[in-house]
Design a protein around this ligand. Structure first.
Ligand code: NAD
Length: 334
């Protein structure tokens, strides 16, 4: 089975590709290797994937539609697409809105167009986000809830991906599934996310920004549980409903945690106290997310297993090792 994984140098793409390679699948990886965050981290992830013989990599920007079309013309044997490339991050969408239009709107359309012309395609799975629930106040967030109030441009582009996918599925009978991920963390994680920012600030002894005075709750979801969800959904091809082969699922932890509790566990793992800089709510942020995962559990057995105590311990041990904090501490002690 040949699987195309987009965003393969990214946090989730890398983790999914590695799991697919481990189970013997051929993976074609695609990524633009943009500089939204530390490129060396992306290169380190890629280096690990390149160690597998059944992995190949293409540096392509999905916003370049002609390049993407020619890529698909020469890769007609792709059976599954796991499309994870995107401009992620709620806060950055206030600074650089066009990056979201390029990667998430044009990029998603390039993938849909490519999928449309693949004769071998069995399933297109793509990343959406819990941020599509935006201003919804009814918890937990259910797949069938109305999602008409995106609070950030990032959320609006992710909701647009869902709508474009529905049209393409309806028009061209493409089996397509969207996954609304909830705050993913773990080893090889993203430097713009809370676990990473907080761990770095705690270890460097700097103040860390905590928005809405820490009064936020999230379904922090460990990367291995997310990978289990993505692999599980590949063989769950959507059934035809009103002419479209289209599904959406929540992929999140079933436990919601307070942000201050998350920080406390991180402090315990690092055996160091944090210096909190309590700040007001950021525009575009959501106060609380709670995932209803009943449909994911029912349809493909999705069952997150990792609590934040275990997940953060694993994250911290990777973080300290990768960034050489132990060696730095040893040098300071000498
Ligand atoms: N990590 C989370 O908590 C989370 C939550 C909700 C949704 N998501 C979604 O999951 C997906 C993966 O997220 P991640 O955390 O791994 O992010 P990431 O930023 O680590 O990975 C995304 C990758 O996509 C690549 N990319 C961006 N624009 C591209 C383009 N135009 N062409 C080709 N490649 C491009 C980047 O270089 C990067 O390597 C994204 O779609 C994101 O929106 C993530």
């Amino acid at each position: 089975m040949t699987t195309l994984v987009t965003g393969v140098a990214g946090f989730i793409g890398f983790s999914v590709a590695k799991a697919l390679l481990e189970r013997g699948n051929s993976v074609i990886g695609l990524d633009s290797l943009n500089e939204y965050y530390d490129i060396t981290l992306k290169m380190s992830r890629l280096e690990q994937l390149k160690a597998y013989e059944s992995f190949s990599f293409h540096k392509i920007d999905l916003a370049e539609r002609n390049t993407v079309a020619s890529f698909f013309r020469s890769h007609q044997t792709i059976e599954t697409i796991i499309h994870l490339a995107a401009q992620a991050g709620v806060r950055y969408s206030l600074e650089n809105p066009f990056a979201y239009a390029d990667s998430n709107l044009l990029g998603h359309l390039s993938i849909l167009e490519g999928a449309r012309h693949l004769t071998s395609l069995k399933h297109l799975v793509y990343a959406s986000s819990s941020s599509v629930y935006g201003g919804n106040e009814t918890l937990p967030f259910k797949i069938d809830d109305p999602v008409e109030k995106p609070l950030s441009l990032y959320a609006a582009t992710k909701r647009s991906c869902e709508l474009m996918s529905y049209s393409y599925s309806h028009l061209y009978q493409i089996p397509v599934t969207g996954l609304r991920f909830f705050t993913v963390y773990g080893p090889w994680g993203r430097p713009d996310m809370s676990a990473f920012i907080f761990a770095k600030a705690i270890l460097d002894g700097t103040e860390m920004p905590v928005f809405n005075q820490g009064r936020m709750r999230r379904n922090f979801t460990y990367i291995d549980d997310v990978v289990q969800g993505v692999l599980g959904v590949i063989d769950t091809i959507p059934k035809s409903q009103e002419g479209a082969l289209f599904s959406l699922y929540n992929i999140g932890n079933d436990q919601s945690e307070g942000l201050l509790r998350f920080i406390e566990v991180l402090e315990n793992c690092l055996k160091t106290r944090a210096r909190l800089n309590l700040l007001p709510m950021q525009p575009g942020d959501v106060k609380e997310t709670v995932a209803d995962i009943s449909r994911s559990t029912e349809d493909f057995g999705f069952m997150p297993k990792t609590n934040i105590e275990e997940g953060l311990e694993n994250f911290v041990s990777w973080f300290v090792d990768y960034y050489g904090y132990e060696a730095k501490a040893r040098r300071q002690g000498e």
